[in-house]
Write a protein that binds this ligand. Structure first.
Ligand SMILES: [Zn+2]
Length: 477
């Protein structure tokens, strides 16, 4: 590991508080909304459901800044200008760019003068130095976790919305919740294609399937009834020798059944041998890094040929051992801006820290982290598809912040900052089957974007210079 992410306080302040720069764009947006016959005033006459109001309320309370523009109405046009816009497709950034959204979706984007701007429309100047699509976490969890507690009683729609608002304030505008999801999450996903959305989008895997033999596959799929899950999630892991991993006949039957239903599979895995079998059997997403040994060319080739996607979740490894002592990121103002002090206290409890230091599992994951990072580099350089993923959500895996930390660790693994940015946007969308919907600022995609005060291609930690975050072209930070 190289130097921990510690930002000078001055950088933090300049990144988070820019009232002078923000007021004009907010006022312009209000004026624009009024001019276009859209929302009036505070938005109280919007058809905003109570759950969406809760999310936007949380975001507004945290920003302490000027009023955000009223929620976008169906058909409402917004025109944004950006000094430099990177669209997430891998194309070169566009200087002096103009982005037009209608009803929250991108209508057109390009250099000023080449984009048709509706007559009379006023621009919202995004400012900053670098505008890009919102980040996608291709492996997270919106879960029954509140503070340092987790349990079924915390799995409520209100709590899920709180977590999706938190992701959003960190610029993570889409979350693939890879397991443990219930009807509350289904309702949020099914209701989120709306112009006035003000929290991160969620897609989900539903309950993790656990067949013990091929005979149990059918009944396991019944657990997904009525959810229209976006992925089927299962585990092939022997918990470092303490349990028996799902055997190949069983996961073959599971993958075949998912294919028959047209649902891609995402698998929790640890080791190379099982990963090889999973790739051969047609798993779509390796939801963690391969951690026991270094991958060979055969594995890399199979991953590339079959279009398998890897979500490295390096911060998940970190979270297993890092709380043996006080982690360096506990001093990062970007972390502290949202961190729950009670959770930090629990994680710094001396008895808990000692238990982590003495844990054999923690030692193993710490020792294997460099293997995971090298395997990420090999798979990426071999041409494999990599999507940002953190496994954030459980206690100690901080939603929103961990995605930024993960991007830093991906660069430390040997990926270029630009490759990491693609993994967090367009490539993540491709991995998840959400291409053209999120992850790129192209016509038809949702207007989900982040504005940074410094170019993250120069230093990936510049993703933390978040100036504003927009979802469906609604300001959420
Ligand atoms: Zn997970």
């Amino acid at each position: 590991m190289s130097a921990p992410p510690v930002w000078p306080i001055s950088v933090f302040r300049s990144a988070l508080r820019r009232p002078a720069a923000l007021f004009p764009s907010a006022l312009v947006a209000v004026a624009l909304a009024l001019a276009l016959g859209g929302a009036t005033g505070c938005g109280s006459d919007q058809e905003t459901s109570p759950d969406e109001s809760a999310a936007s309320g949380a975001a507004a309370a945290a920003s302490q800044g000027p009023a955000t523009p009223p929620p976008v109405t169906d058909g409402e046009v917004r025109v944004f200008s950006a000094p430099l816009l990177w669209d997430g497709t891998g194309a070169e950034p566009i200087p002096d760019a103009v982005l037009v959204t209608r009803g929250g979706r991108v209508e057109s984007v390009g250099p000023r003068g080449r984009v048709t701007v509706p007559a009379g429309a006023q621009e919202i100047a995004l400012g900053g130095a670098f505008v890009m699509p919102g980040f996608i976490n291709a492996h997270g969890h919106a879960a029954g976790v509140r503070g340092a507690e987790s349990g079924a009683e915390h799995y409520t729609q209100e709590n899920l919305l709180r977590q999706l608002a938190l992701y959003a304030r960190y610029g993570v505008t889409t979350v693939a919740s890879m397991g443990g999801d219930g009807p509350e999450a289904v309702a949020l996903r099914d209701g989120q294609d709306r112009s006035d959305l003000s929290r991160a989008r969620i897609y989900l895997a539903g309950p993790i399937l656990t067949p013990r033999s091929p005979d149990e596959v059918d009944e396991q799929f019944q657990r997904l009834e009525g959810m229209e899950v976006d992925w089927v999630k299962f585990r092939v892991d022997d918990s470092l020798g303490r349990t028996t991993a799902m055997d190949r006949d069983t996961y073959r039957a599971l993958i075949r059944e998912a294919e028959a239903r047209g649902i891609p599979t995402a698998v929790h895995m640890v080791d190379l041998e099982h990963s090889r079998g999973l790739v051969e059997e047609g798993a779509a997403i390796l939801a963690h890094s391969i951690r026991d040994e270094l991958v060979d060319d055969d594995l890399v080739q199979a991953v590339v040929e079959r279009g398998v996607c890897l979500t490295p979740t390096l911060t998940r490894e970190l979270s297993v051992f890092v709380y043996g002592e006080r982690p360096d990121f506990f001093d990062d103002p970007f972390f502290l801006a949202e961190a729950d002090p009670e959770v930090m206290e629990v994680l710094m409890d001396p008895a808990r820290q000692a238990a982590v230091r003495e844990s054999e599992a923690a030692r193993w994951f710490e020792a294997q982290l460099p293997v995971a990072m090298e395997n990420l580099r090999r798979i990426h350089e071999g041409g494999g598809l990599v999507a940002l993923g953190t496994d954030s959500g459980p206690v100690g895996r901080f939603q929103g912040y961990f995605e930024h930390l993960e991007m830093e660790m991906m660069v430390q693994s040997g990926l270029s900052p630009e490759a990491v940015l693609r993994s967090a946007t367009g490539e993540a969308a491709r991995c998840l089957g959400l291409e053209g919907t999120v992850g790129t600022l192209v016509p038809g995609a949702w207007g989900d974007l982040v504005v940074l005060d410094a170019d993250p291609r120069d230093d990936i930690r510049n993703t933390r210079t978040l100036r504003s975050v927009w979802i469906s072209s609604n300001r959420v930070r």
